[in-house]
Structures are given as structure tokens and as C-alpha cells.
Design a protein around this ligand. Structure first.
Ligand code: NDP
Length: 322
């Protein structure tokens, strides 16, 4: 099969397009013919070695496709079923062997591209807004990179939950997309000081919660734009990792709370995975949550997809099509 392989960590050039044998499913696994693989920022962390994985590995944490074979212990999916999953390494390939208890049936209304686009970023936006910090009507939220993959979904869900949404974006074009997704206010944080603007927009009160997947370049000011006892939800580091910091800063800036959550711990059980994915897929199928596919690249162009994502050139979902 064709696949992307990483045999040494580094820049986008380490993503090699190769031919290797398709994997053999173990008794608890199903072999999935991948029709669309999601590209996510976490794939960059694995490729760089920021998150360690034994070498060589096939990257990709998200896919949608058709079951072609099942292991002897598998019963809830059958060959021919359309399925999607996240959280299992190896989706940048024509086939992936996936533990069957991670597979979700794709609703009829959704195609493979939509299903692949929904799983990781959709369920992330869902747990951030429902579990890590449960958004209530009337609250004000600040969402960084509001035109990004997670960002644009989080903006829509926060609006549905009744929040006033302030978004940040790197350019005017991205700001427009985030506004179209429902954000009430946009700050172009590459030109404007988001601390000053957020305080202005909240009459110096600060926001109830900051959702930050940008990390290094935004973290310090996040602490300054929260209301007393506000929540900082740090869920990624697209600009780099946040260095260790003094916990007393939380006291100084108003008895703040901070969380550094991961999707992994929010879909750990089969029950939670089913509940969350059903919610997200139904919202998409009913048109209440809109996906924006930035671009579907051929699998062979994984390097270009990573360069675009890291180069801040994208708004919404990137897919690789084997
Ligand atoms: P995005 O589509 O949001 O892409 C990243 C965006 O971050 C860019 O488009 C850019 O938007 C912004 N950004 C700001 N500074 C930089 C920089 N120096 N380099 C690159 N990008 C920068 O990606 P995803 O939606 O895939 O992921 C967003 C974040 O969420 C990532 O940090 C990711 O790791 C995290 N994540 C965390 C999960 C969890 O469970 N903890 C699960 C899923 C994602 P702009 O130009 O507008 O600033």
C-alpha cells in the first residue's frame, strides 16, 4: 500500500511517500481502507518529536473509510461498514489496522471527508466547551486562532451555548471567516494587542474563559484578560510550548484556574466516545455545526499539507486522500 512514513523526526521533509505491505489486523482490530485522513496540528508535534513515537511510524490520528477485514474478536463492525475514528496512529496510508472499539459508524448523511474532518477537531471543540469548561448562556469567551480547525468549530458551539465570543485571528481574511462562523468580535492579534482589545471589549472586566491552542506567544497575556476566578484552557501550542511558570501568577491575576486537557481523556471509554461522537456527527448532519474543508490534498502531498498548516496558511480542515 501507499503510505507516508517518518523514519527520523524533523521538518516536513521527513514525511516520505513510500510503498509498504498493508497491516494485518489483530484479533481486536479491523482493517480500514482509508478514504480520507485528517491532518491535525498534533501530527506536527509527532513529526517533530515533541510527542515521542517509536520510529519508523506512519503519522495521522484521524481517518474515515470502509472496513475490509475484521479480527476474530470483532463483532460490532463488519466488512463493508463505513467508519471513522481518531486517536490511533497511522491514518496517512491506504489501510490502517484500528482497534474496533475505537470505530464509529458514519451516519448516512455524511461523506468520508466530512467524517474524517469531524472526529478529532469536532470532539475537541465539544469537550472543551462542555466538559473542561462548561459554557453558560451570557458568558464571554475568548477563542484564539478562531479561524483554525478547532477554532471555527469552537466558535460555533460557544455561540450555540449562548456565549458572547471574542476571537483572535492572524489576518483579515481569517477574521472574516471566524466572523462568518459566528464570532461577535474579532481581534487581529498579529496587528492589534489582544490584551488591550479584550479589556476594551469587556469594559475592563475580562472574559470568563480563554481557549488557547496557540500557547507560547499568547499565554502570558491570557492571564491578564481573565476576570477574577476565570478559566484558562490551554489545549495546544501551535506557536510553541508554554515554558514552566510560577503558580503564584494564578493568585496574582485573580485566583485563576488553569487546565491543560487532552481529547484522549475525554473519549477514553466506549460510552464516552459514542456519546461525544454521536453529538458531534448529529450536529453536522443536521446542519447545526458547519465544517469548513480548507483543502483535500492527495496523500503524496503530505509535506505540502504540513507546510501550509504550520505556515498559518489554512482555515479549517486539511485532509489527505489516499
Ligand atoms: P489550526 O487549524 O488551528 O492551525 C493552527 C493555527 O494556530 C494557525 O492557523 C494560526 O492561526 C495559529 N497560530 C498562531 N501562531 C502560530 C505559529 N507560530 N505557528 C503556527 N500556527 C500559529 O490547527 P488545529 O485546529 O489542528 O489545532 C489547533 C490547536 O489545538 C493546536 O495547538 C493543537 O495542538 C490543539 N489541539 C489540541 C487538542 C487537545 O485535545 N488538547 C486536540 C486537537 C487540537 P492564525 O494565523 O489565525 O493565528
Amino acid at each position: 500500500m501507499k503510505a507516508i512514513q517518518v523514519s527520523k523526526v524533523g521538518g516536513s521533509e521527513v514525511l516520505e511517500f513510500i510503498d509498504i505491505p498493508a497491516p494485518e489486523p489483530k484479533p481486536n482490530e479491523a482493517l480500514v481502507q482509508i478514504k480520507a485522513a485528517g491532518v491535525n496540528f498534533i501530527d506536527v508535534y509527532y513529526r517533530e518529536g515533541r510527542y515521542p513515537a517509536p520510529l519508523p511510524f506512519i503519522p495521522g490520528q484521524e481517518g474515515a473509510g470502509v472496513v475490509t477485514r475484521i479480527g476474530s474478536e470483532v463483532s460490532h463492525v463488519q466488512p463493508g461498514n463505513r467508519v471513522a475514528y481518531t486517536g490511533v496512529l497511522g491514518s496517512y496510508a491506504e489501510f490502517a489496522a484500528v482497534p474496533a472499539d475505537r470505530l464509529i459508524h458514519i451516519p448516512e448523511k455524511l461523506d468520508f471527508n466530512q467524517a474524517a474532518a469531524a472526529m478529532l477537531q469536532g470532539m475537541t471543540a465539544h469537550y472543551l466547551s462542555h466538559s473542561t469548561f462548561s459554557i453558560k448562556r451570557g458568558q464571554t469567551v475568548l477563542i484564539h486562532a478562531a479561524a483554525g480547525g478547532v477554532g471555527m468549530l469552537l466558535v460555533q458551539i460557544a455561540k450555540k451555548l449562548g456565549a458572547r465570543v471574542i476571537g483572535t485571528a492572524g489576518s483579515d481574511e481569517k477574521a472574516k471567516l471566524a466572523r462568518d462562523a459566528g464570532a461577535d468580535e474579532l481581534i487581529i492579534y498579529t496587528k492589534q494587542d489582544f490584551e488591550k482589545e479584550t479589556l476594551r471589549l469587556t469594559n475592563d472586566k475580562g472574559v470568563d474563559v480563554v481557549y488557547d491552542g496557540v500557547g507560547k506567544t499568547t499565554f502570558e497575556k491570557d492571564l491578564k484578560v481573565l476576570r477574577p476566578r476565570g478559566y484558562l484552557v490551554l489545549f495546544g501550542g501551535a506557536s510553541g510550548a508554554v515554558p514552566p511558570f510560577d503558580l503564584m501568577l494564578l493568585t496574582k491575576h485573580g485566583s485563576l484556574f488553569i487546565a491543560r486537557p487532552s481529547l484522549h481523556h475525554h473519549i477514553g471509554t466506549r460510552a464516552e466516545l459514542e456519546e461525544r461522537s454521536t453529538d458531534v456527527l448529529q450536529m453536522i448532519a443536521s446542519g447545526h455545526l458547519k465544517l469548513r474543508i480548507h483543502k483535500a490534498y492527495p496523500l503524496s502531498q503530505a509535506q505540502e499539507a504540513h507546510r501550509d498548516l504550520e505556515g498559518r496558511k489554512t482555515s479549517g480542515k486539511l485532509l489527505l486522500i489516499p
